[in-house]
Design a protein around this ligand. Structure first.
Ligand SMILES: [Zn+2]
Length: 300
């Protein structure tokens, strides 16, 4: 696996934001403020985090380096050991939610790391699960001078997720709280949280929105597309339940047919649904099952 990190060409957003890409796997950000160079997410291993650190240092000058974790998922926070701890050549404060730190300390994270090491030998060997070092619960501001990074909780994709709004340039860094063709919910019970987080981000009325898993040209419209996705999903699942569909369909059930909401209809027209199907079709089917379960539970 070639984990090369590149800087995406600027397509119109404020030049103080660098969008760093690890292939098609994930985009992360580096924000250049007067006082701080802020690395937003550390990607997936030492190789990718070292690349981010090198980019940040190129721009650093007299500025302090800081880092932020949007959440603890492997493609966002598994490079933390490059910035914090005994193996790090320099110590960079990493800001994250208290939930994020707890997730990285949890045995589930260790189990996932063992699993991924076995599945892809070499790629994750250096990873040392490292929690963020400056923790907050609901909101935190980084006053960079010219730009302020407003960090705020956006649970739903995961319980620990935070997004970033920069008011001076009306720019939202959504992380994985929104993505295209649609975001991933953690469980049936967190569907309302996910939808509330989408509404909260949309209410900021950003002029620019950037995501970790969506084309850089998606814009704030993707928030509305995600909101519409869950509304449509709810509509179809409610109708199916009203007609007697089971709230917990058997494992072999074709749930797209069951609720009359095919995968292709869930993908915004400007995206290539077929090319994305390997990952997002199972995601759509999982979302249908979770919405059925949620609606059944909330009406009981
Ligand atoms: Zn992600």
């Amino acid at each position: 696996m070639n984990d090369t990190v590149t800087i995406r060409p600027n397509e119109g957003w404020d030049p103080r934001i660098l969008v760093c890409a690890c292939g098609t796997l994930v985009d992360t950000f580096i924000v250049l403020t007067e006082r701080y160079v802020v690395i937003v997410d550390t990607m997936l291993n030492g190789t990718t985090a070292q690349a981010l650190l090198a980019i940040a240092r190129e721009y650093q000058g007299r500025r302090q380096l800081l880092a932020v974790n949007t959440h603890a998922d492997w493609d966002h926070a598994w490079g933390n050991h490059v910035l914090v701890g005994a193996s790090a050549e320099t110590q960079v404060p990493i800001i994250g939610s208290r939930h994020c730190a707890a997730r990285l300390r949890h045995r589930a994270a260790r189990a996932e790391l063992a699993h991924k090491r076995a599945a892809e030998p070499g790629r994750f060997d250096d990873v040392q699960l490292t929690p963020p070092t400056i923790l907050f619960d609901d909101a935190l501001a980084i006053a960079g001078g010219d730009l302020t990074l407003q960090l705020f909780a956006t649970p739903g994709h995961t319980s620990d997720h935070i997004a970033i709004f920069i008011p001076q340039i009306a720019t939202l860094l959504a992380g994985d709280a929104a993505e295209l063709p649609f975001p991933f919910v953690e469980s049936a019970s967190t569907i309302p949280q996910m939808r509330a987080s989408l509404e909260r981000m949309a209410a900021l009325n950003p002029a620019v929105a950037l995501y970790c898993h969506a084309p850089v040209t998606s814009g704030p419209k993707a928030l509305e597309q995600n909101i519409a996705y869950f509304a449509t999903l709810e509509h179809h699942c409610r109708a199916a339940l009203a007609q007697g569909a089971p709230a917990r369909p058997p494992a072999d059930a074709d749930v797209e047919v069951l609720v009359s909401f095919p995968y292709a209809a869930a993908v915004p027209i400007e995206l290539d649904a077929e090319a994305l199907a390997g990952f997002y079709r199972p995601g759509h089917q999982a979302a249908i099952r979770m919405m059925l379960e949620y609606l059944d539970g909330s009406s009981a």
